[in-house]
Each structure stands twice: as C-alpha cells, then as structure tokens.
Write a new protein. Structure first.
Length: 84
C-alpha cells in the first residue's frame, strides 16, 4: 500500500515544522489549498483552510497543534474531489 507523504507541495513536511520553517510550511499548505480550490471549488476543507490559517488563531498554532490540525484536514487535501 502506498504511503502518503506529509510534504506539502515538495516543501517542508509537517514533522519538520520548526519556528524557522513554520511560515514556509503554512504558506505551502495555503498554496496547495488554493491549487485544489481552482479545480475543485466544492472542497470545503480548502475553502475554510485558507481563512483559518490567515486568522490570529491559525497563526498562533504551536508545532504540536499544527500536526494535529494537519491530521484533521489532510483528507480534504489528499482527496480533493471529496468535498471535505
């Protein structure tokens, strides 16, 4: 069975999230969500992901919380046509 990568667009993985590269990871996640929305505008995960990551709450996620958050939204990213 194929293992899914935790890398966002060939960039930083969520496991590698540090203070130095967290912004890069978040930008990569938003870029992937924007790309998915262009092809699948009904993908609610990506529709709400971008404003959340731009919010004060999203920007304040700790590395641990970012890992948990990514685990929650991953299905909507890995399955863009699902509507989740």
């Amino acid at each position: 069975q194929k293992q899914k990568s935790n890398k966002m667009g060939g960039s930083v993985s969520v496991e590698e999230a540090t203070a130095e590269n967290k912004d890069k990871l978040l930008e990569s996640l938003k870029a992937k969500a924007t790309e998915i929305l262009a092809d699948y505008p009904g993908n609610r995960c990506c529709k709400y992901l971008i404003p959340y990551l731009d919010s004060d709450e999203g920007k304040a996620l700790s590395n641990e919380d970012l890992l948990t958050f990514y685990a929650c939204v991953r299905t909507g990213i890995d399955n863009p046509d699902s509507g989740l």
